[in-house]
Design a protein around this ligand. Structure first.
Ligand code: ZN
Ligand code: ZN
Ligand code: ZN
Ligand code: ZN
Ligand code: ZN
Length: 259
């Protein structure tokens, strides 16, 4: 196995995650997505209680309290929830990115950190397209795990007899294993697998993440002029955000989630 393949194969488990809440001045740390989601719900409940009736109309939009985000999310409260929950998924995959750098002994990204908590636009609810499922989500991580769970109907092993057929509407893909099908369904959900802890950019594969680092001028040398990278970093980041927010599916609206 080459060094490059070894880097790509490094294991990162959910148990290793350190997830820090960045809502307003909160700095609480959690080690599971379930725990931090429950915690964030308490912030959200408090937020909606504070703003009172305005929460039902959403006419003024909602101000995200996540540090270094402060996005004003227009539209119904569901749009706001979708945005805020995406911060949780984002910190999870940023944590994966940080662990990958530590485990492969790589240098940090040299870009600006101002964009570290900026999220792609999420104009629509997440909709499951597996057979007749049609379940909708505002919480990205729950959505991705839900879609993944559909693949559990296939047996494990590297070569499943008859293959594992994707049942996403309109898709005819058959993979050799359940594991490969799990990867494949990410092409339907647009799930990103890793993000850059420094600049916040999201990536569909580890290869793309490592490319993001290695193509930075001066990345491998210790004596890099960080400031010269700032402008390039910003432009480059915007380009990547455009790519990562492209390809969203159908427009679906629905009523306020009970909070
Ligand atoms: Zn908190
Ligand atoms: Zn935000
Ligand atoms: Zn489903
Ligand atoms: Zn498919
Ligand atoms: Zn970066």
């Amino acid at each position: 196995m080459s060094q490059k393949d070894r880097n790509l194969a490094v294991k990162v488990t959910e148990k290793e995650l350190t997830l820090q809440c960045e809502w307003a001045d909160c700095e609480d740390v959690f080690n599971s997505m379930t725990a931090i989601t429950e915690h964030l719900n308490t912030h959200l409940t408090q937020y909606f209680n504070q703003i009172g009736d305005q929460s039902l109309t959403g006419q003024e939009g909602h101000q995200c309290q996540w540090r270094e985000c402060s996005t004003q999310v227009e539209g119904e409260p569901t749009c706001f929830l979708r945005h805020v929950y995406f911060h949780l998924f984002h910190i999870k995959i940023k944590c994966v990115g940080k662990l990958l750098l530590e485990k492969t002994g790589r240098q940090q990204c040299l870009f600006d950190t101002q964009s570290r908590n900026m999220l792609p636009e999420l104009p629509e609810s997440f909709l499951c397209g597996w057979e007749e499922c049609h379940v909708r989500f505002e919480n990205a991580d729950l959505y991705y795990r839900h879609v993944e769970s559909h693949t559990d109907c296939f047996p494990s092993g590297n070569s499943v007899k008859g293959g594992c057929k994707c049942a996403w509407q309109g898709c005819t893909t058959v993979t050799k294993s359940r594991h490969k099908l799990k990867d494949h369904v990410k092409s339907h959900t647009q799930e990103k697998v890793v993000a850059c802890h420094t600049c916040g950019a999201l990536f569909a594969s580890r290869t793309k993440f490592f490319d993001h680092l290695t193509r930075q001028a001066g990345y491998t040398t210790a004596t890099n002029d960080r400031n010269s990278m700032k402008l390039y970093g910003k432009l480059h980041y915007q380009e990547e955000m455009c790519i990562s927010s492209a390809g969203s599916g159908r427009m679906i609206f629905h009523r306020v989630m009970a909070l």
